[in-house]
Design a protein around this ligand. Structure first.
Ligand code: F6R
Length: 623
């Protein structure tokens, strides 16, 4: 979604802003812009609808010199994507320019008041513009830029990360935030940066300060940075954090798309996570968790959105199978729609790649107020979620996920949940240690089998392309592979834009089968396990009604192979008669791979923007 960047220092601000905006492109946006404080004493604003290259062309035609600037990528919420609605926005007297992420909930009232009492004419349809006018009025009344910001945060309601520059106070960038992230980057040459996503700063610094809600920060041209508490207005000493993200994640490493690179990174991430958490004596360690976090709990509530939610669905199965603790799972947005029933014996597990998803954060905050314990599974140690879960963080260590469609974060989240399930089973003595040791041993095969699966990419590509003209697909699975059917369908629709629905295979006969005919290819996940035969029956029922039948099967399969029109074969997982109950336990790590790949290859074939599908944003920071 929207992205903010800023630079103040001795170099040309524009270069830094453009480089940083380039990094934020992955978040999804529909317009971009910059505001530079120019040596002639004016603020120059340049903005353009569409891709960042449009802005770059404009700035190349009209290069702006200046040491102080702010920039923005906008993902439209209030007001259509257009040049005018793009940020930065200025006050009527062009005294101040702002960039804003989030939503100002009371903007209608504020706008009416500004028009009625101050005869202000609005240039755009955005909610953000009210902030520029409010600041402009404060400056006119004689307040400094910092005090103007401290004053207006008492007037605006909603979520915001804000950066502002002013002619009135030309050596300063002012920042603030509430329910939306913004960080300061401390450069080596007394230069300072800011960004709503620290990925934008990786190329310049690893020293950051995360602003807390309603703090106001003043970044000065001499390299000084001051942080104030918005309530007491007193200066505070902020905590400097060291960024540990790997800048290599921002490189395509020879792949055509970030998505393909990230799909192929999965075995290495799983290997790294296993090495980090499973010690040589097969002991599982979560050194980052407070020991008391996992004790004295009688219920688990998992929440997340989209792909993170589907990882959570599989986590529920793993946790209930092994730790025997009742687990509920709910979309974060649905949790917010009702009373969240939790207490101090409830562990809420919040899953979020970005750690910045608004719905997830709000659900977590509500649960925390009611006394629940929080465990966060996230990819970003510098995120809001991670800060909320101090002593309760499991980092998925997947490296920055650039492609909007989540892939590597999904398998890494699943693995963390499996390890947690085994660890909880050990703590609660819910299964004999031989069983748990067998499971831990089996986990070690996963990276290799995942690699063998990915090595078949080309075959998967060849097999899906004949379906390129289909208008709708149905994906089916049961038990551990029901969430994989949902996740596979989500990847397929978001990348190819083809209507794709995932169902629990057993539900087919209860309604969805009415949609099945020769125009709805049905893809079933048919890996060995207790539900294999039932799923195969559902698949045949669809085939009987004319649906082209596709399936994910393993190399040893005999039955499904004969029934299906197209099979995506994966290597067989090791099998033990003694531990037959766990036959489909690990299959999601393998079955999801061909589904990610067929979505990628079909979308690429159809000429879709695979790394940044239309209408989507990487981190959904508004409710
Ligand atoms: C789908 C996808 C989204 C995210 C969802 C949650 O490919 O990427 O469904 O999974 O928006 O995002 P995080 O995990 O950042 O909370």
């Amino acid at each position: 979604m929207c992205g903010i960047v800023g630079y103040i220092g001795q170099d040309n601000a524009l270069d830094y802003l453009i480089n940083s905006l380039r990094v934020l492109e992955y978040r999804g946006y529909d317009s971009s812009g910059v505001a530079i404080y120019s040596p002639d004493g004016h603020i120059k604003i340049i903005k353009a609808k569409g891709k960042l290259n449009n802005l770059i062309e404009l700035t190349a035609r009209n290069p702006q010199k200046g040491k102080i600037g702010i920039g923005h990528t906008r993902w439209a919420t209030q007001g259509i994507p257009s040049d005018i609605n793009a940020h930065p926005h200025a006050s009527s007297d062009s005294e101040v320019a702002i960039v804003h992420n989030g939503i100002i909930n009371n903007f209608h009232e504020l706008k009416e008041e500004l028009i009625k009492n101050f005869k202000i004419t609005f240039a755009s349809d955005t909610d953000s513009e009210v902030i520029a006018h409010l600041l402009g009025l404060e400056l006119k009344a004689g307040f400094s830029l910092k005090n103007s910001m401290l004053n207006i945060i008492n007037k605006i309601k909603g979520s915001y990360a804000l950066a502002a520059i002013s002619k009135n106070d030309p050596n300063t960038i002012i920042l603030t935030c509430h329910d939306a992230p913004i960080v300061i980057g401390i450069g080596k040459e007394k230069d300072l940066f800011c960004a709503s996503d620290s990925a934008a700063l990786l190329q310049y610094t690893d020293q950051i300060i995360r602003l807390k809600d309603r703090q106001v920060a003043e970044l000065k041209l001499n390299g000084e940075y001051l942080v104030f508490d918005g309530k007491t207005q007193k200066q505070i000493t902020p905590q400097i954090q060291v960024l540990n993200a790997d800048p290599v994640s921002l490189d395509k490493a020879g792949y055509k798309h970030f998505l393909l690179k990230e799909i192929n990174e999965q075995p290495a991430i799983i290997r790294k996570l296993l090495a980090h958490h499973v010690k040589d004596n097969l002991k599982i360690e979560f050194a980052e968790l407070k020991p008391e976090l996992l004790k004295d709990i009688n219920r688990i509530l998992i929440c997340g959105c989209g792909t993170a939610f589907y990882a959570g669905m599989i986590g529920k199965l793993a946790l209930e199978t092994l730790a025997k603790i009742p687990v509920e799972i709910e979309f974060a947005s649905e949790l917010l729609a009702r009373e969240i029933l939790v207490d101090e014996k409830t562990l809420i597990i919040a899953i979020s790649q970005s750690g910045e998803t608004a719905d997830t954060l709000l659900a977590v905050k509500t649960a925390l107020k009611k006394g629940a314990k929080l465990l966060a599974i996230t990819n970003r140690s510098d995120s809001t979620l991670s800060a909320l879960a101090e002593g309760g963080n499991i980092l998925i260590q997947a490296g920055i996920e650039v492609s909007v469609a989540a892939t590597k974060s999904f398998t890494a989240q699943m693995l963390c949940l499996y390890l947690l399930a085994i660890n909880l089973a050990e703590i609660h003595n819910s299964l004999p240690s031989e069983k748990l040791n067998w499971l831990k041993n089996e986990l070690r095969y996963l990276p290799q089998i995942m690699e063998q699966t990915l090595a078949r990419s080309e075959t998967y590509r060849e097999k899906i392309l004949p379906y390129a003209q289909q208008k709708a697909f149905v994906f089916l699975g049961r038990n551990f592979n029901y969430p994989i059917a949902l996740e596979g369908a989500l990847k397929f629709k978001e990348l190819t834009y083809i209507q794709t629905t995932g169902y629990a295979a057993g539900e087919m006969k209860h309604g969805p089968i009415a949609t099945i005919d020769e125009t709805t290819p049905t893809l079933s996940i048919l890996l060995p396990g207790s539900t294999y035969h039932k799923t195969l029956h559902n698949c045949i029922e669809a085939k009987t009604r004319g649906a082209p039948s596709l399936g994910v099967i393993d190399d040893l399969d005999k039955s499904a192979r004969q029934e299906l029109d197209t099979v995506f074969e994966v290597p067989a997982l090791p099998f033990s008669e003694e531990y037959k109950e766990f036959q489909d336990f690990f299959s999601p790590f393998i079955s999801v791979l061909p589904l990610q790949l067929i979505a990628y290859y079909l979308a690429e074939h159809l000429g879709k923007d695979v790394d940044q599908p239309r209408n989507l944003a990487k981190s959904v920071t508004v409710e």
